[in-house]
Design a protein around this ligand. Structure first.
Ligand code: SF4
Length: 392
């Protein structure tokens, strides 16, 4: 194959899905063609919706680089099942005799999970829920249709399809890390796809790819799909995120970074220049290429257009350290490259942010601050602290 995986993803980060899809279209189509021939002329993608607000599907619909129709044309995407976008009488015309379901649209889904229908890529949007409601069974908080007259849970579908699919992509914060459904107070046992698979002892053919974010960025989703359809898993970090999109902190590339370094801090969100640190911006602890790729067709992103970065791609979002939302993240002196004494002094003379933590580090250590190692550790630690599924 002409493509090199590193080059592909590096280019993808900076060029966007449309350019990459065009540039690599011959390779992508060749892989599609090979895969399709093996599978009787179809590439089978199942987009499974679990506990979430459909925001990642909406994000995909609002993608413009390319838009969803462009993606279907450029990347030859073919979703056999995508609940949010399907009508009840949707029917691909390949009903397998003997399977029953209340809803014709679910036939491809049930055939994929319980029958012999192949699954090339499983996309999971939303959290699997391991808890049991009072008087119910595991996973009963989310039931999706019926198979042979019996209710089927989203959890069961996710487990079966994950074991069968060539690739599993967790789209968005809920499926990547549990997200809002697993926030403090979680009553349904909502958790990440990786955690649910691990707890249920299900293994996948390739590592689960976590496309974090609330929502996930449509370009990253399409590029990742193009990547796996070329037959390779992107290089992933320790949280299962593609390094191409999650290697730098938003803070490093933020247009307000100059203001941060100068200690020019905003006191209101309508400040066109000032840094939002004191208002609670989580850009310094959040890995994402939002500032490079931007959103809404490359127009802007959170800290550029206001308000701040909420840390929606941090593994612990929406819990600490992403929240409290309107307070600066509680980060350690070590994270800032300071000693505890220096840190206390700085706090006394007006706050770390007022001094400018990077300026402070430079003055105190003579080194430029990258923070990556410490931040990654913070991410891992935060993930370990994620809520455990409540026993039922
Ligand atoms: Fe930008 Fe937030 Fe960093 Fe300020 S703290 S420079 S607003 S990312």
């Amino acid at each position: 194959m002409a493509t090199n995986r590193r080059d592909f993803l590096k280019l993808a980060t900076y060029l966007g899905a449309a350019t990459v899809a065009t540039y690599y279209s011959n390779d992508i189509r060749r892989v599609f063609s090979q895969t399709a021939q093996q599978n009787g002329g179809k590439i089978h993608i199942i987009w499974l919706q679990l506990a979430s607000d459909t925001g990642c599907t909406i994000s995909m619909l609002q993608g413009s680089n390319p838009n969803l129709i462009g993606a279907v044309q450029e990347l030859s995407l073919s979703a056999d099942y995508w609940q949010t976008l399907m009508t009840q009488d949707y029917d691909l015309g390949w009903v397998t005799a003997g399977y029953t379901t209340e809803d014709k649209s679910q036939v491809p889904l049930m055939n994929a999970a319980f029958g012999n229908a192949p699954v090339d890529v499983l996309v999971v949007e939303g959290s699997p829920q391991l808890g049991a409601p009072k008087g119910g069974s595991e996973g009963d908080f989310c039931r999706i249709g019926q198979y042979n007259g019996t209710d089927v849970t989203g959890l069961d579908l996710m487990l079966k399809l994950s074991a069968k699919a060539s690739y599993v992509i967790a789209i968005g914060q809920c499926s990547s890390f549990g997200g809002i459904p697993s926030a403090n107070g979680n009553l349904t046992g909502a958790t990440s796809v990786t955690s649910a698979l691990s707890k249920k002892g299900v293994t996948t053919m390739h590592p689960v790819i976590n496309l974090a974010g609330c929502p996930a960025h449509p370009d990253w989703t399409l590029i990742t799909l193009a990547s796996v359809l070329q037959g390779f898993t992107p290089d992933l970090d320790e949280q299962g995120r593609p390094k191409a999109f999650f290697s730098s902190y938003i803070h490093e590339n933020c247009p307000r970074r100059g203001a941060y370094d100068r200690g020019q801090l905003a006191t209101t969100f309508d400040d066109p220049v000032g840094c939002y640190w004191n208002l609670g911006c989580k850009g310094p602890i959040t890995l994402s290429s939002c500032a490079q790729t931007k959103w809404d067709g490359g127009v802007s992103f959170c800290t550029q257009g206001g308000p701040m970065c909420w840390g929606c791609m941090h593994p612990s979002f929406p819990d600490a350290p992403s929240s409290p939302f309107f307070r600066p993240a509680a980060i350690s002196p070590e994270f800032l490259g300071l000693t505890a004494d220096n840190f206390a002094e700085i706090l006394l003379v007006g706050g770390v942010a007022a001094l400018g933590v990077h300026a402070a580090r430079h003055v105190l250590t003579g080194k430029e601050e990258t923070g990556e190692e410490e931040n990654v550790t913070a991410d891992a630690s935060a993930q370990q602290q994620k809520k455990e599924v409540p026993a039922n």
